[in-house]
Design a protein around this ligand. Sequence first.
Ligand code: IPE
Ligand code: IPE
Ligand code: MG
Length: 246
Amino acid sequence: MSKNINYRTKLNSETLPKHIAIIMDGNGRWAKKRLLPRTAGHRAGMKSLRKVVETCTELKIQVLTVYAFSTENWKRPEGEVSYLMELLVEYLNKEIKELHDNNVKIQIIGDIQVLNNSCKQEINRAILMTENNTGLIFNIALNYGSRTEIIYAIKQVAEQIQANLITIDDINEQMLSNTLYTSNIPDPDLLIRTAGEMRLSNFLLWQIAYSELWITEKLWPDFGEKDLIKAIVDYQKRDRRFGGIK
Ligand code: IPE
Ligand code: IPE
Ligand code: MG
């Protein structure tokens, strides 16, 4: 950590992003380069996650959302899917105490009902244990897909109309935002994607309408504190106009 402290002095503590979202991509390519199985890449990626959560906690970032498993990732071989789920359980199991001690609040976005029982149990334990914490909101996107999320929100709105609880005129941006999984958190200010792909892969499509995008060629297992700080420093140089003019 100490060798990166200098790097941190480049940060302006007044204009830190409130919410950082990360598409953690490139584990498979990292493993392939080393002639290792893809699973080894996922395991190495877990270390990057640990470091990034730690740095966000230290910097007092309000929300970190990470894309851990997409609704499209079920297309992968069964062995890889189950490894990813087991890895998450292992991660939570190992890290939960430290996360809790650091006042981190764990949240999940995505449909976890379909996951196996041990996975659900570990997740629920982590959520319950940390629910009253007031530090970093660590939001894990698991079996998450933005389109599924939006459809789910629309269905909820339709049900409320059908039950005469609201009318069509009550539908607006704020109410739809409040109906998404992310209802309790601000939209991401900064979206980071590792491993160089220039796409969103069904991640937070509604919420990132005005996020600043930052894409690096670095593969997720090679991503560390220095890269995160670089992304934030670059973000702080951006001119966020939100459609207006200076
Ligand atoms: C990201 O790494 C992890 C998940 C999508 C779960 P990948 O497994 O997609 O790695 P690449 O893109 O094949 O290198
Ligand atoms: C996005 O990565 C999903 C996660 C990081 C969990 P993918 O590797 O699944 O995305 P594509 O297939 O390259 O779009
Ligand atoms: Mg990928």
